[in-house]
Write a protein that binds this ligand. Structure first.
Ligand code: NAD
Length: 254
């Protein structure tokens, strides 16, 4: 089935660095965007900014770990028009050595990053299958594929998000629904400022062929492609947005 004439995207973690760039990018392309995050005021402020720029947007509070709230928000959206695009950007991180990793932090991170993503993908996916069209785009990380030290639960959740994405692609592919992940190296957002000091930044940029971090707008551009009708046959991919990092070995002095 073809895409609906009005495209409607729901973004989790939409007030964060990547989520906000995705919301702005999709709105500029003509989507109505439903910006969801923990803080309703931050969602409303971004929606107002997008509306001021001529886009169509609304904000809504959503904690992705709250299954009842996820179901309620999707039901509320059903009355307005179906959500045909889901972008899952909500995530938290806490660096610590694996042998010292606090089990409570482990559970909390799994709950937000993996189970929260599952809740939203299930609610959205059921509706997309019924509509015969849909785009699910998970925001993963290269940490889902390689064991950068001290990323503990975060890396494990991103590995899980990659597999969840592939499962969705395999099971929903016959219904006009695609599921793909965007897996960045560090992106210049509040999250990275929280975990990378100057020394970490130098180490990373020395090992990324592009010699810099990704910008949130570059993640948004990849999401916009995967959400497009033209990407109908792109399904089950983990798209590394990494400046060449995953393709390269040790980079010698330049
Ligand atoms: N910044 C990076 O370097 C980087 C690199 C690779 C992947 N990523 C991924 O990109 C995505 C966005 O990261 P970001 O850099 O924008 O981080 P961010 O911290 O700026 O944004 C994350 C957002 O998620 C929200 N959030 C946290 N817990 C939530 C919950 N329970 N329910 C709903 N929302 C919740 C936060 O309020 C925040 O607005 C994440 O999935 C992250 O893992 C980021």
């Amino acid at each position: 089935m073809a895409a609906p004439s009005e495209r409607r995207a729901l973004i989790t973690g939409g007030a964060g660095g990547v989520g906000a760039a995705v919301a702005r990018g999709l709105a500029r392309t003509g989507y109505h965007v439903v910006i969801t995050d923990l803080d309703p005021d931050a969602c409303a402020a971004l929606a107002a900014e997008i509306a001021q720029d001529g886009g169509s947007a609304e904000g809504a509070a959503l904690n992705v770990t709250d299954r009842a709230a996820v179901d309620a928000l999707f039901s509320e959206q059903d009355a307005k028009g179906s959500i045909d695009t889901l972008v899952t950007s909500a995530a938290i991180v806490k660096p610590a050595p694996i042998l010292d990793f606090d089990p409570d932090d482990w559970a909390r991170i799994l709950d937000v990053n993996l189970t929260g993503t599952f809740h939203c993908c299930q609610a959205a996916g059921r509706r997309m299958v019924q509509a015969g069209f849909g785009r699910i785009i998970t925001i993963s990380s290269v940490n889902g594929q390689i064991a950068n030290s001290y990323r503990g639960a975060y890396s494990c959740t991103k590995g899980g998000v990659d597999m969840l994405t592939r499962l969705l692609a395999a099971e929903l592919g016959a219904s006009g629904v695609t599921a793909n992940a965007v897996a960045p190296t560090p992106v210049d957002t509040p999250m990275i400022l929280q975990v990378h000091g100057a020394q970490d930044r130098k180490r990373w940029t020395d090992q990324i062929p592009a010699a810099r971090y990704a910008q949130p707008e570059e993640v948004a551009a990849a999401v916009a492609f995967l959400a497009s009708e033209e990407a109908a046959y792109v399904n089950g991919h983990i798209l590394n947005l990494d400046g060449g990092f995953m393709a390269s070995g040790i980079l010698l002095d330049r």
